[in-house]
Write a protein that binds this ligand. Structure first.
Ligand code: SF4
Ligand code: SF4
Length: 344
């Protein structure tokens, strides 16, 4: 079998359209994790990494990982609302299906590696937006570092990227010096822009995100939001950008990715969404990042209703009133709150 080195594999990733890539062996991942002084933390990390890849035909230490980042930055307006047609907003990473694009690119790389090595198809595995700890592996491989906002920051791409991982069934020795991930925020200096901008104070300490307070996490949970969060929700449909839009590492970005798959754009008409039936809703979001099986359409409906309330536009009342009688209590609650916010 012809063997491939890290440089050759990274070159394939670049050719496929990834903006940044690193290759790290499974053995190295464990060695770096073993440097962690906190035994419980170390155990948890090793467990997370090991179990997240599922059953492997060979030990993880005999495998390698290609860790690649794809930019999801694009210069575009964030809100296409008009006075008569207020919109609900989509965070940049979810405006197009960058995850699917990243998987397509990884499939291309996997094909090329198979052609060169003769490896069987099932021996290479792709992970993207999965249970694999992508940020951790990005930090371990040297692709980027943790910011105080708990996100992986890749120089030149900021935090505006998606990560994809290709598990390779062979070990690659690299000359590169790997270091344990730095303490989150070490490269942020005195900056506190992300925690200052967070509307719910979810960033408790550098790198410490309280997911119970984070609007990004809550945007996929079918629960009645606490009253104090409903106004802070603002116009969001999916995702929260507040801690990223202020980050200096995200300013002046130039790398972009041409993706049309699953394009939904920066904002969607609230009136249009509230008129959709459940099957129409599902087909509207099909193939977009919001069409994933673990995001219940009711969650997106709740988000739209909260955005409607915060828009305080009377033109939206006829569209949200039917939801005040909805069988689902989360939607009823959001609709009644929105009606109250808009007033009669
Ligand atoms: S995603 Fe939003 S809510 Fe979550 S930490 Fe960032 S700014 Fe705060
Ligand atoms: S906003 Fe500032 S503190 Fe937060 S991640 Fe970016 S550089 Fe770090």
């Amino acid at each position: 079998m012809k063997s491939l080195g890290a440089a050759e594999i990274c070159a394939l990733a670049k050719k496929a359209g990834f903006h940044k890539s690193e290759v790290i062996s499974g053995k190295k991942v464990y060695e770096i994790l073993a440097c962690q002084h906190n035994a419980v933390f170390k155990h948890n990390l090793v467990q997370t990494v090991t179990s997240s890849f599922g059953d492997l035909s060979r030990p993880f230490t005999d495998c390698s990982l290609l860790v690649s980042a794809l930019s999801c930055h694009r210069q575009e307006a964030d809100d296409l609302s008009t006075a008569d047609d207020p919109h609900t907003l989509v965070a940049p990473f979810a405006r197009r299906n960058y995850y699917r694009e990243a998987v397509k690119k990884m499939q291309k790389i996997a094909r090329s590696i198979r052609e060169q090595t003769g490896l069987p198809k099932q021996s290479l595995r792709i992970f993207c937006n999965s249970h694999v700890p992508e940020k951790l592996l990005g930090a371990l491989s040297g692709l980027g570092f943790y910011g105080k906002n708990s996100l992986l920051i890749c120089p030149g791409l900021g935090s505006r990227h998606v990560i994809a991982i290709l598990l390779l069934p062979f070990s690659i020795d690299s000359e590169k010096e790997y270091k344990p991930p730095e303490v989150p925020g070490l490269q942020c200096g005195d900056c506190t822009a992300c925690s200052d901008a967070c509307p719910t104070r979810a960033l408790r300490a550098p790198g410490k995100l309280d997911t119970k307070l984070c609007l990004q996490s809550l945007s996929t949970e079918l629960i009645i939001l606490p009253e104090r969060f409903k106004t802070k929700w603002a116009y969001r449909l999916y995702g929260c950008e507040s801690c990223q839009s202020v980050c200096p590492y995200n300013s002046g970005l130039s790398e972009t990715t041409a993706v049309d798959s699953g394009a939904i754009g920066p904002s969607v008409s609230i009136a249009t969404l509230l008129q959709l039936s459940l099957p129409e809703w599902k087909s509207y979001f099909k193939h977009t990042p919001m069409g994933l099986s673990w995001i219940h359409p009711y969650v997106l409906m709740r988000n739209t209703l909260l955005a409607a309330g915060n828009r305080k536009n009377k033109a939206l009342l006829p569209y949200l009133l039917p939801y005040t009688r909805h069988e689902n209590m989360v939607l009823r609650d959001a609709a009644l709150w929105a009606k109250n916010m808009i007033g009669d």
